[in-house]
Design a protein around this ligand. Structure first.
Ligand code: ZN
Length: 495
């Protein structure tokens, strides 16, 4: 086995170097590169992707992983987990017939521009034939990849969040349907008026200054990461020592950049606080999409929208934008950033109504993959369910079934991780408060104490364990959605 282990460790270095190339290129294209310098479709991009492909499908690499998997009990804990994950990835890839895979890649690349047109023109029929083929592939995928334990829609869910299946999600969404839907209906009866002060012009440079201040509040180590601008905010990292975030400034929308910076700052804290020994392995970074999202949403919503946080930092915001916010009290500001209303678009939804948008998508995907709902019936079904949960009906498909890009990419099973992230955040918050008074700790001016707790309980493990296992280690219990619903109801009952 030693020979295979040596080969694996050497080959992993090459694969990780290739990740680095792709990470830097991806970052550059989304932040600094000029519009016409797009690398995609270039000769260089084709060479790089061929090199990546050859490295991942190298027969000797595959053979070594197979041998190591057989002898995994002799490996240390971190490497054992890594080999299990890598082995499963290789096996899963092999289960998909190559011709189907190639045809599908072509289909999704064709589907994207059609989807964009269909959305812009409010024309679901244009996108329908593509979506039908995508769904057909996803249904087949559940058969190719099924095991004795994981079948149907669970196959897709497991791809995005290992070990979370319909049984767990059903319990989660059942709690939401029962407790949250009626509460949201009561709370969002009256439309919310945007106060006049919030519609002033907030200069971009000043917003940037405040976002830089926020990075210090969150103890973001600026010697190991940067912040830039992009169309859609995101976090991208290479190990613990090169963690990059972006935000986007709208001069007529002050809160957008601030909460994007806090959200991405949460993702970045996770990446920066992984154990350094995991750098250069496949076990660094976040354990899953849901767990990553739990960190960003923890900082953004639970901490960043709390009164305790702004008690300390609102004076700084007022100072930077003086005199624009001089007459806006702390209470007015906190009320404004926590307003809740029924709205059509998921990405613009507030903290309270957000999970219901996800619940709707989850239920639809479940039916579609099971073959109980056909693509042609989607717009009608979407609008009926939407009306049932929110009490309002989308006036167009653009604001309804066509609003998200995920299905055009074939990402069925992805959405639930968004809501799971918020729910895990609330569970962690409950347990953190048992160890120390979280809001009280914010009076120190930074999130240092919170970061330390999360580093010890969650971040240090990186991706060296499954997300459900990390949650158990952190809280001493399995996933429990009640903390989340209780947190939301308590918070939004106060107002
Ligand atoms: Zn996020």
């Amino acid at each position: 086995m030693q020979k295979e282990l040596d080969f694996y460790l050497q080959h992993r270095k090459k694969l990780i170097a290739m990740h680095y190339v792709n990470f830097v290129i991806g970052w550059d294209m989304q932040t600094d590169a000029a519009e016409n310098s797009i690398l995609a479709n270039s000769e260089q991009a084709a060479v790089i992707s061929e090199m990546s492909y050859n490295l991942t499908t190298d027969p000797e690499y595959e053979r070594s992983v197979g041998v190591l998997f057989k002898h995994r009990d002799e490996l240390d804990e971190v490497l054992r987990h890594e080999i299990e994950v890598v082995y499963k990835d290789i096996q899963d890839t092999k289960k998909i017939p190559l011709d189907e895979y190639m045809a599908y890649s072509e289909l999704t690349s064709q589907a994207y521009p059609i989807y964009v047109r269909a959305k812009n023109e409010n024309n679901f029929e244009l996108f329908r034939p593509y979506l039908e083929k995508i769904v057909e592939f996803c249904r087949k995928q559940t058969v190719w990849l099924q095991t004795s334990k994981v079948k149907g829609y669970d196959v897709l869910l497991d791809m995005y969040e290992p070990h979370y299946n319909q049984k767990k999600y059903d319990q989660f969404f059942k709690v939401l349907r029962k407790k949250l839907v009626p509460f949201v209906k009561r709370k969002t009866k009256k439309p919310v008026k945007v106060p006049k002060w919030a519609t002033q012009t907030f200069e971009k440079e000043k917003q940037r200054e405040f976002c830089e201040y926020i990075r210090d509040v969150m103890c973001f180590d600026k010697s190991r990461g940067i912040m830039k601008e992009s169309e859609h905010p995101f976090t991208s990292g290479f190990g613990t020592d090169d963690v990059r975030i972006t935000t986007h400034y709208y001069e007529d929308h002050l809160e957008y950049a601030i909460f994007s910076a806090i959200h991405e700052g949460g993702h970045a804290t996770y990446e920066q606080q992984c154990d350094k020994s995991l750098n250069g392995t496949f076990s660094g970074g976040g354990a899953s999409l849901g767990l990553h999202e739990s960190q960003s949403r923890f900082y953004e919503n639970i901490i960043g929208r709390s009164r305790a946080f702004w008690e300390v930092h609102y004076p700084k915001l007022q100072e930077i934008f003086a005199p624009k916010l001089n007459k806006v009290s702390l209470d007015q500001f906190v009320k404004y950033i926590n307003r809740a209303e029924a709205s059509f678009v998921r990405t613009e939804a507030d903290e309270l109504t957000y999970p219901l948008h996800i619940m709707l998508r989850y239920e639809i995907e479940q039916k579609v993959i099971a073959g109980e709902l056909e693509v042609k019936d989607l717009p009608k079904y979407w609008n009926e369910k939407f009306t049932e949960y929110f009490g309002i009906t989308p006036p167009t498909d653009t604001l309804g079934v066509l609003q998200d890009v995920h299905w055009a990419y074939g990402n069925f099973g992805y959405f639930p991780t968004y809501a799971l992230g918020s729910a895990i955040a609330a569970q962690l918050y409950h347990h953190m408060n048992k160890d120390f008074d979280v809001e009280e700790s914010l009076k120190e001016g930074t999130t240092k104490k919170i970061n330390e707790w999360l580093r010890e309980r969650v971040h240090k493990y990186g991706a060296s364990k499954y997300p459900d296992e990390i949650l158990r280690l952190a809280t001493g219990e399995d996933f429990n959605p009640n903390y989340y619903v209780d947190y939301l109801i308590k918070k939004y009952s106060k107002k």
